[in-house]
Design a protein around this ligand. Structure first.
Ligand SMILES: NCCCC[C@H](NC(=O)[C@@H](N)CCCCN)C(=O)O
Length: 467
């Protein structure tokens, strides 16, 4: 006779409480990730940054994750030391990074910085404040990504065989609330306080609250450990180097990873430049321009759980990813057309992008858990995030450079903080075409993944809930 063991994760209320506890920190982390996006023009005027400096600072998020392989180490730490330890460590790292970022943009750093290796110029003269803020963002990025994989693993642990995709979707949605808040609160906050660093101080506060809330999750998760140990359920979480090789041998894993880096390269970096795009192309002030990109995470936050729940009940995960990638290309292509400069069109396109931004993540993250066994999941998520970070890091650099080199359309005089300042105008057609190209290649990988699933039977088109 099969013995049925009831543990905390079998109690619906407990599962959802855990989700709330894990998700709050996600909101705080995502807020800080995007809080400088609506302030691009302010950084350029108040800190004398160029678009290249802004792109350089923005790319900071991925520096340590990519070059120091911090994400890979994070995955190992997660699989070896568990979600509680890794979660706490990641929040401490985020707080440290946020502090450095605050220091740099609050006027403590002046001058420019350049780097040479012999006669070769590694870094052209860049505002020192952008370099230090980038370093802070790089430290923060290590914590934020480490927390992302920890949250994924915690949610999969508590929801596997139950409402897994819905839970991952809701967790992602909470992050989107952070992104939405980051789109429309920074400019009013800066206007109110007169300090460019005000949103960063708010994030620091939120992260400290997140830290305390995560400790509560730790108490429940430890209790689940004890119950499972008493019931003889082993979690076999030990990390082995062989895991990386096993994961790397899986073709479907590489298809989903390629889809991930391409899709997100066309979304996250787009968010960083979106406020400025709206200011430049549709001619509205940055105070209101941030409201339009805010519709993107806002619609995604409502729709991600919806698509997640559809995937749980009806399946069709691979098809959802194909359709989401198609929508992405559609939106970026229309954004690239200079004559389409009606504000209603911008609102409509951002909403459609929100649909794409719900479809792909809601199907992608639960699908990784179908392709890779749970004991290797921390490492697998870390490997996907590592590749994805190349895009999060490289694409803002690329776009910043392209803007300064090929897209300057003029200069205007604007009143900023009571002073008349020259503001550079950009034409965003080329950057939007670059984003569309990423989407085009993403479609190809979404099809390859669907084909591989049909061949190997991972069940990406099947529902997640065990009936
Ligand atoms: N449970 C959440 C699944 C991952 C969500 C995914 N996050 C990432 O891809 C992160 N590597 C990057 C986070 C950057 C923060 N703006 C997402 O869709 O947000």
């Amino acid at each position: 006779m099969e013995q049925i063991h009831k543990t905390l994760r079998d109690a619906k209320g407990m599962r959802w409480l855990v989700l709330i506890l894990v998700s709050f920190t996600m909101l705080c982390a995502y807020y800080l990730t995007d809080a400088m996006a609506p302030l691009q023009e302010r950084c350029q005027t108040s800190l004398s940054w160029s678009a290249t400096d802004y792109g350089f600072f923005t790319s900071g998020y991925g520096w340590f994750n990519v070059f120091l392989l911090m994400l890979v180490f994070s995955g190992m730490i997660l699989d070896k030391l568990g979600v509680r330890f890794t979660g706490v460590l990641s929040i401490i790292i985020m707080i440290a990074g946020a502090f450095v970022k605050y220091w740099a943009i609050s006027g403590h750093v002046d001058g420019t910085f350049e780097m040479h290796l012999g006669s070769y110029q590694l870094l052209a003269p860049t505002a020192k404040s952008a370099v230090v803020a980038g370093l802070g963002f790089a430290i923060f990025g290590v914590g934020c990504e480490m927390f992302g994989i920890t949250a994924n693993k915690a949610v999969v642990r508590w929801f596997r065989g139950k409402e897994m995709a819905l839970a991952i979707g809701l967790n992602t949605s909470t992050g989107r609330i952070g992104t939405a808040l980051a789109m429309f609160t920074p400019v009013p906050l800066v206007n109110m306080t007169g300090h460019l660093s005000a949103p960063v101080i708010l994030s620091l506060l939120l992260l400290c609250i997140g830290f305390l809330i995560f400790l509560l999750f730790g108490v429940l998760d430890k209790k689940l450990d004890k119950e499972e140990a008493a019931a003889g359920i082993s979690s076999d979480d030990e990390f082995k180097f062989r895991d990386i090789i096993d994961i790397a041998k899986n073709k479907a894993f590489w298809y989903i990873t390629a889809l991930c880096v391409l899709f997100y390269s066309a979304v996250f970096p787009f968010i960083k430049f979106a406020t400025n795009l709206i200011v430049q192309k549709f001619g509205i002030s940055d105070t209101f321009a941030g409201y339009i990109p805010a519709l993107l995470p806002f619609s995604a936050l409502l729709l991600t759980p919806l698509f997640g729940s559809m995937y749980d009940r009806r399946g069709r995960g691979a098809s959802i990813m194909v359709l989401g990638s198609l929508l992405l290309v559609f939106v970026h292509l229309l954004f690239s057309i200079p004559s389409l400069n009606n504000l209603y069109i911008a609102v409509g396109l951002v909403m459609v992008l929100g649909v794409a931004f719900s479809m792909v993540p809601s199907a992608m993250w639960p699908s990784v858990a179908k392709i890779i066994p749970e004991n290797k999941l921390g490492t697998a998520y870390a490997m996907v995030f590592w590749v994805q970070n190349w895009g999060i890091m490289g694409v803002p650099l690329l776009i910043g450079n392209v803007l300064d080199k090929y897209c300057i359309s003029g200069h205007v005089q604007k009143m900023v903080d009571g002073k008349m300042i020259e503001v550079t105008q950009y034409n965003y057609t080329i950057p939007m075409l670059i984003f569309a190209c990423f989407g085009g290649v993403a479609i190809l990988f979404a099809f390859l993944l669907k084909h591989e699933d049909a061949k190997k039977g991972y069940g990406l088109e099947r529902p997640n809930i065990n009936k």
